[in-house]
Design a protein around this ligand. Structure first.
Ligand SMILES: [Zn+2]
Ligand SMILES: [Zn+2]
Length: 125
């Protein structure tokens, strides 16, 4: 059976479904993610677009920088997704928006040069 991972925003207005195995799971320490999520760093679960389906609602989109679209719920404000020209054809969802976030384990860290001192990973990737 194909694996299915469902998730959505805090209020449930936006819901999504991902099928199969993610392309990657990684922590991003960049300032742009930090500002956009309000968290010290962000853990992203990346999928190819064909694995992703929005099953309820429509995320609002904020173009946070050139070629980057960040999806969020217009009702409850939960940051949800990242679509970037650098990762064309992929949709990334924040790990905390999954119904079962424990199903994923990050295997890498990106933009570690921008990481907060206390959040610096011991291993670089
Ligand atoms: Zn919501
Ligand atoms: Zn980032």
């Amino acid at each position: 059976m194909t694996q299915e991972h469902r998730g959505g925003c805090r209020c449930g207005a936006v819901r999504y479904r991902c099928t199969g195995e993610p392309e990657f799971v990684a922590n991003c320490h960049c300032e742009d993610c930090r500002r956009s999520t309000g968290a010290a760093f962000s853990t992203w679960v990346a999928w190819s677009d064909s694995q992703v389906e929005i099953v309820a609602g429509t995320p609002a989109v904020h173009a946070s920088s050139e070629g980057v679209q960040r999806g969020f719920c217009r009702t409850c404000g939960t940051p949800l997704s990242y679509l970037g020209a650098k990762w064309a054809g992929e949709t990334h969802f924040l790990i905390g928006t999954y119904d079962r976030p424990g199903a994923f384990t990050p295997h890498g860290d990106a933009f570690t040069a921008e990481a907060l001192a206390w959040a610096k990973p011991k291993r670089e990737s």
